[in-house]
Write a protein that binds this ligand. Sequence first.
Ligand SMILES: [Zn+2]
Length: 307
Amino acid sequence: MRTEKHARNLEESMKGIGSIGAVQIGRVLDSTLLGETMQGWFPDFNCEEVKPHESWLCPHHYNSESGHFSMPVHSWVLRINGYTVLIDTCIGNHKHRPGLFEMHMLNTRFLERMSDLGVRPEDVDFVLCTHLHVDHVGWNTRLEGGKWVPTFPNAQYVMSRTEYEAAKADALDPGARPFLKDVFEDAIHPIVESGQACIVDGVYELLDHLTLTPAPGHSPGHYRIELRSQGQTGVFAGDILHSPVQIPLWKWSSRVCRDRSMAAESRRKLLEFCVSEDALLLPGHFEAPHVGRIRTRGDTFAIDFGW
Ligand SMILES: [Zn+2]
């Protein structure tokens, strides 16, 4: 049955937006967060440091008048040798998220958008979690008959053990923000309960083309996901960066980073990796064109947007 399915998928082409070697890549938008200002998001924010970058950041990546920047929440979908791989699962529908008004009880067309690419939930073989934050695990599950069930019934969900333990500890901590308990109970625990979780430690390799490499800081067990095919490289960066401003100003971590200096160190290593391997950077929250190549410029880094 699986062989038949994979043989069919090899012939079907996914309506992706780009490729790395032989791997087709698509993007599925869930929702866009519009409520954050750079000043509120980055504790180290300083207008003088941003000014020299406004010419390329504005208007898509920064509104210098209001101070806002938007963060699309999207998944990446990959077709590798007939296998379908989904990286991160956004916010999800019908999720109770107290205190997070932009994520509370959404009803988006995420699955329809995925189906527009030619991917049905049952086609997904692997869900890879860069980390287990609220805006990266929501579509792990969907509501069916009042119960949270895995959205992707044939998938193995790969997640970091460190990250899983941290999410569980947050859910059990009475002093933690209430939505953390909801996220664990409706989007993480049901995957473990269904037997579909593949909880891994350290560097983890998959399908001959993918490598999950620890990149902690934003969250304790955050992974970056490297893709290599036919001499080309890409790296799915999750929340190692939230805005392209963090490419030249790579020391800036967000207010939601668990360990800000460790997050900056993982960011520097990621950017150096992109330069040394000429890897395409595919972050979790950049506005169009969503991806780019990293170059060194002076004593820091710059991005050339696009595939
Ligand atoms: Zn995020």
